[in-house]
Design a protein around this ligand. Structure first.
Ligand SMILES: Nc1ncnc2c1ncn2[C@@H]1O[C@H](COP(=O)(O)OP(=O)(O)OP(=O)(O)O)[C@@H](O)[C@H]1O
Length: 441
């Protein structure tokens, strides 16, 4: 037997429990080195398949440890011809049904702006030098494209090196998989869960903030997995809605995340929202002027899913009415209807708006709703009236009842606040900030 293969076997035996080693690895027979490929022979198709799905990355890692270079592994059974099998192996690697990668999320359709440039660059760097910046920790609010970037990293790595095993998983699926495995109550299934995750060259882990939703054991399992992959310089990319120090997880786990690279993605800025709209519009052949895109982007301050929702509405409308062209007025009308549904769906009540105004202006509820004409109370009171009317679409008569006042006082209050915000930017900002919170939270 080739001397180096013996050393490789010894290296693999350190990573795999003895029972699995003797059942699956020891029966493999070394055949030959050829370019950057090691050819092995398996005594049966069963063993060959099992090794291919579970142990290839262990063999590749051991090869790297011993030989100091990256080799691919080809396994044949005695009865197979090498050309046929090699094709098979390559095919199964390309299929990679376990990876859960979404082929639509790629770098080339990820739009960048100042809000995400650092994260985008970090993601590309990880593809160029996997394992160097470990882990890459991406964080940012809802819908800013964290998941998209995780998949783009995975897809690009697979494109560069189809042999690599890449796995995308979010913490809820990981948790469910783990709980399901534990419930089976047998050591073999737990062992095979571990081996499967340990076999990945790249782990893309989404929504880590939810990892504490299950049993304590899940965090321990993830901690062990993280260390296993990290020690072997396998790339780990984690996405979250908050910086790592704010995660509701054990300190020892959080401390692991600061080793690598952290990049935050901010809410989409106006330019990015416009570009996203422009791309979606052209994808569905909906012509739109720059001013219309601007009009929409200004009103779409929420996450990108709201934006996608509007495009879907337009596409459906076009299809339903078999319109070749949608006029800009019609597009605005459809978009306005969607803005309204978004608000209704979110269900902010007048009471919640009152609380929000009190909180932001430091005025007590009794003063906001009271009769006092003190200068500190008037602008917040009028602001609240305008929000109730323009954002929640509460009728003026009802607003009058809330403030124990007349319909005309409400009209006066709303007009006064409109004048005020036109001349005092701090009130304009506050109005938009609360409006945004109501519309998109
Ligand atoms: N910069 C971007 N370029 C292109 N598409 C984007 C961008 N940002 C977001 N999207 C699209 O918006 C949708 C939502 O993005 P994604 O799911 O990646 O957000 P997320 O930050 O992971 O959100 P969550 O925190 O809810 O998981 C996806 O369809 C994604 O392709």
């Amino acid at each position: 037997m080739d001397k180096r293969w013996e050393e490789i076997l010894e290296e693999i035996s350190k990573q795999i429990p003895p029972k699995y080693f003797s059942n699956f690895i020891a029966p493999l027979r070394f055949d030959k080195w050829e370019n950057q490929v090691v050819h092995l022979m398996a005594p049966s198709t069963g063993i060959k398949r099992h090794v291919e799905t579970k142990y290839i990355s262990f063999i590749e890692d051991a090869l790297y440890q011993v030989v100091g270079d990256r080799f691919k592994v080809s396994i044949l059974t005695e009865s197979e011809t090498s050309s046929h099998v090699l094709k098979d192996v390559i095919q199964s690697k390309f299929d990679d049904s376990d990876s859960d990668l979404n082929p639509d999320y790629i770098f080339s359709n990820y739009i960048t702006s100042d809000s995400n440039r650092i994260a985008f660059t970090a993601a590309k760097t990880v593809v160029e030098q996997p394992g160097k910046y470990n882990p890459l920790y991406l964080f940012g609010p809802v819908g800013v494209g964290k998941t998209h970037l995780l998949h783009a990293i995975g897809n690009e790595i697979k494109k560069k090196d189809p042999w690599k095993t890449v796995r995308y998983v979010n913490s809820t699926s990981f948790l469910n998989e783990f709980i399901f495995t534990v419930r089976q109550n047998n050591r073999e299934s737990l062992e095979s869960f571990k081996i499967r995750y340990q076999s990945y060259n790249v782990l893309l882990f989404d929504d880590i903030q939810f990892l504490n939703g299950g049993a304590e054991k899940t965090q321990e399992e993830f901690f062990a997995l993280f260390n296993f992959l990290y020690d072997r310089k396998r790339q780990i990319v984690i996405a979250s809605d908050r910086p790592s120090y704010e995660l509701p997880l054990h300190e020892r786990l959080k401390s692991r995340f600061v080793h690598g690279l952290q990049a935050d993605i901010k809410s989409h800025d106006l330019e990015l929202r416009k570009s996203l709209l422009k791309n979606s519009f052209s994808e569905f052949n909906i012509p739109a002027s720059d001013s219309l895109l601007h009009w929409l982007a200004e009103r779409l301050e929420g996450d990108s899913r709201a934006l996608i929702g509007i495009v879907n509405d337009l596409v459906m409308y076009k299809k339903a009415y078999e319109y070749f062209l949608l006029t800009e007025d019609k597009i605005k009308e459809i978009a306005e209807a969607r803005f309204l549904t978004n608000k209704k769906r979110i269900g902010f009540s007048p009471d919640m708006v009152i609380d929000l105004v009190c909180e932001r202006t430091n005025v007590a509820r009794k003063d906001l709703l009271g009769k006092s004409r003190k200068a500190d109370f008037i602008p917040p009171r009028h602001l609240c009236m305008l929000l109730l009317h323009d954002v929640l679409h509460v009728p003026k008569a009802q607003i009058g009842r809330i403030f124990s006042t007349t319909h005309s006082t409400v009209i006066h209050g709303i007009d006064k606040f409109k004048e005020r915000k036109a001349t005092e930017p701090q009130w304009e900002d506050l109005f938009h900030s609360i409006k945004h919170k109501i519309s998109f939270q």
